[in-house]
Design a protein around this ligand. Structure first.
Ligand SMILES: Cc1cc2nc3c(=O)[nH]c(=O)nc-3n(C[C@H](O)[C@H](O)[C@H](O)COP(=O)(O)OP(=O)(O)OC[C@H]3O[C@@H](n4cnc5c(N)ncnc54)[C@H](O)[C@@H]3O)c2cc1C
Length: 500
């Protein structure tokens, strides 16, 4: 797996440092992806002293493996919002994201960030007659909300389509170059950024938070959890109301005429396309093959389906990059932005971006900044993180319950027949060891890596991901390397290794 964004811009900050002291700050931000860094930027600009703690390197997780379209066109979505909420709610969601595009452009200009920001039209297209009505209805809904979306029969894409909804003047950029520009500003305002500094404990001490890593701590009045999936389980209970979906991207070089625009299909699995401004080659990113984390068993076609599609539209396509990541999705499909819980004063969260975190992270940064400064934000009600209401997505809620019950209880006592000897090299499996189950990966040389196959977040049984050689949790989407280290939250502890 090699992300174009990381490959083309490997270093976000010079002089990377680990937290080894006990510091104080106004705000401690946990998580150095686009959400944490955008929030830190807004707060530093407002004159607050910020410290960012990142457990790995900045923008290497979701924000370094994304497609990076910046748009308010989030699939066929506004018809759903009007039906599930109201016209006013849908309008606010749309204009929060529209404003975010303009805000990002203003930041790029004012901080002089060289991040390949380009205005582009965005199209949601279909090649199926059955989806045409959905697109027409979406155009009418978006127009009713006050945005001039258009219906077009032939969007500029080398595919047979029957119609598309066009949002003009959206944008795309290089996310890591943008984040690097924000970091430069934060550092220039005496903000501090620490990499390889995993937060392992958060305590309330008097009226402050003490946020500890293995080697140091930050004491601050305000805490922002920008860890993608909140690392605090209780209070907040975000694990009861979110799941994670993974998808994949390929970067293909082609000499065919360039695409003009950003594209997303209505099909399932979807196809997403955008160009990249690369000085040396004409590169197109093609994404799709999405699936819920921990559920898929057959990964054999995750990239091959995308490559087949690439060859169909660009016969000369040469695949240079293959990468992927995952994002959190709330049960009502709206991000959670705002206070973490009524039981934790001055603590904030931003999550559940449903694969639209480029604009949503800017919305989040502004809402959290306003909350900390005691100002009302005109969009905060839409994204309220403590909202309560009837479950909008009953089907997914049912799936979450079913998967949790199966992997926490029902499957516990199903002892597999296979043993370690049945595992081929470069294969992983849950096998029988006496009366217990163990998860085993045998590397290409036959070296064995064994773990207890239960997630350290809440104990669900893990499944093997043969594409990325990871142990994945079907309940909340945590993922672990084959040797047991956590790589995607919410789990923060290593898997237990069985005794020899
Ligand atoms: C395939 C794919 C394509 C996408 N394409 C688009 C797109 O075109 N447009 C769009 O708007 N959105 C897109 N998204 C969504 C977008 O990429 C994400 O919503 C966004 O990057 C999330 O950013 P983040 O900062 O919240 O999370 P991340 O980038 O994951 O950052 C969270 C950070 O927190 C750190 N962290 C976690 N735990 C700890 C801890 N204990 N201590 C310290 N640090 C910690 C992690 O290491 C990580 O760096 C896509 C998503 C996917 C899956």
């Amino acid at each position: 797996m090699n992300s174009y964004w990381i490959d083309s811009f490997p270093k976000i900050i010079n002089n990377s440092k680990e937290l080894t002291d006990n510091l104080t700050a106004d705000v401690c931000i946990v998580g150095g992806g686009i959400t944490g860094i955008s929030t830190a930027y807004e707060l530093a600009k407002a004159g607050l002293k910020v410290v960012i703690l990142e457990k790995c390197l900045l923008a290497e997780k979701a924000s370094g493996n994304t497609t990076a379209k910046i748009t308010s066109s989030h699939g066929i979505f506004y018809s759903y919002l009007v039906k599930a909420f109201s016209v006013d709610f849908a309008r606010k969601y749309l204009f929060a994201n529209q404003e975010a595009i303009d805000n990002i452009e203003k930041i790029v200009t004012s901080e002089n960030i060289d991040c390949d920001f380009e205005r582009k039209d965005s199209y949601i297209f279909t090649s199926q007659n059955d989806d045409l009505q959905k697109i027409e209805d979406e155009v009418s809904t978006v127009n009713l909300l006050g945005f001039p979306a258009e219906f077009v029969t032939t969007p500029p894409i080398p595919l047979k389509t029957v119609g598309a909804i066009k949002f003009s003047n959206q944008a795309q950029f290089h996310p890591r170059k943008y984040i690097a520009g924000l970091c430069n500003y934060i550092l220039s305002k005496s903000g501090e950024i620490f990499e390889r500094s995993k937060v392992v404990d958060i305590k309330r001490v008097n009226s402050n938070y003490m946020i500890s890593t293995e080697k140091g701590s930050v004491t601050s009045k305000y805490l922002v959890l920008a860890t993608h999936y909140p690392i605090v389980k209780i209070p907040g209970f975000y694990f009861l109301k979110m799941y994670q979906e993974a998808s994949y991207l390929i970067g293909v070089e082609t000499k065919s005429p360039s695409l003009d625009g950003m594209f997303l299909s209505t099909s399932s699995p979807s196809i997403s396309l955008r160009t990249v401004k690369d000085p040396n080659k004409q590169l197109v990113l093609i994404g799709g093959s999405e699936h819920k984390v921990g559920i898929k068993n057959d990964f054999s076609n995750a990239f091959s389906e995308l490559e087949k599609f690439a060859k169909q539209i660009y016969p000369d396509a040469k695949v240079l990059y293959r990468f992927g990541t995952q994002d959190c999705i709330s049960l009502d499909k709206i991000p959670y932005i705002g206070i973490l819980s009524h039981m934790m004063p001055n603590a904030y969260v931003a999550t559940g971006f449903k694969k639209w975190g480029m604009s949503s992270s800017n919305v989040a940064a502004n809402i959290i900044k306003d909350k900390i400064l005691g100002q009302k934000n005109k969009f905060e009600d839409v994204f309220s993180s403590t909202r309560f209401g009837p479950i909008k997505n009953r089907a997914e809620f049912g799936n979450m319950l079913k998967e949790s019950t199966y992997s926490l209880v029902l499957n516990r006592f199903n002892l597999p027949q296979a043993t370690i000897d049945d595992i081929a090299c470069d294969e992983g499996k849950i096998v029988k060891s006496g009366t217990k189950k163990i998860g085993v990966y045998k590397d290409i040389n036959g070296k064995i890596f064994a773990i207890k196959p239960y997630c350290t977040h809440l104990g669900c049984e893990l499944s093997w991901n043969s594409l990325e050689k990871t142990w994945d949790c079907p309940c909340h989407g945590s993922r672990f390397s084959y040797s047991g280290e956590p790589i995607y939250d919410p789990a923060i502890k290593d898997l237990t290794r069985p005794k020899e």
